[in-house]
Design a protein around this ligand. Sequence first.
Ligand code: SF4
Length: 187
Amino acid sequence: MPKPKAPATAYNPAGVSPSRRRRNKIAIRLWSVRNARFFEWFYTHFANAFLGLHPLLKRIGYQRAEAPVKFVERNVKGFLFDCRMCGQCVLSSTGMSCPMNCPKQLRNGPCGGVRANGNCEVEPDMPCVWVQAFQGSERMKGGDRIMTVQKPVDQSWRETSSWLRVTAEDAAKREAARQAQGSEAAR
Ligand code: SF4
């Protein structure tokens, strides 16, 4: 037996897309993509500065630093990129357009459903996150990183700080390189 249709209600939300994204959030996201070159430059310097804090972070304990760093990361990136705190940031490979805003959460895109006007098939009033990613990448020096195939999201990293993870990883790589150089010199 077919399911009865849900009764129509008097409440019909206006001016919102299916997932109720706020228009100003999208506008700021698009502005960030237009300024992808600046954010790329800024992020490089910011990441280096953060790496410089590694000894301090290690002394304090990365875990203790997590809450305050996460708070700042969530608010800054939330404002600029509508960040969803996936914990494995790929903004520098996606033209500063966060792929977690794709309703399908594709880490490699676009899908085949982009509309002729460049908008999303799921949210017709939202520019496709991946079309934006390619446009942002064209403005960046390292824009060809968008051609790197991204791994699926590891959900166990959700709600964690990408900044801290990248800093710890870079510090470990730097340490390993130093040790390799040291053992090379000792030979
Ligand atoms: S890729 Fe992940 S960490 Fe980066 S802005 Fe998007 S949700 Fe946030």
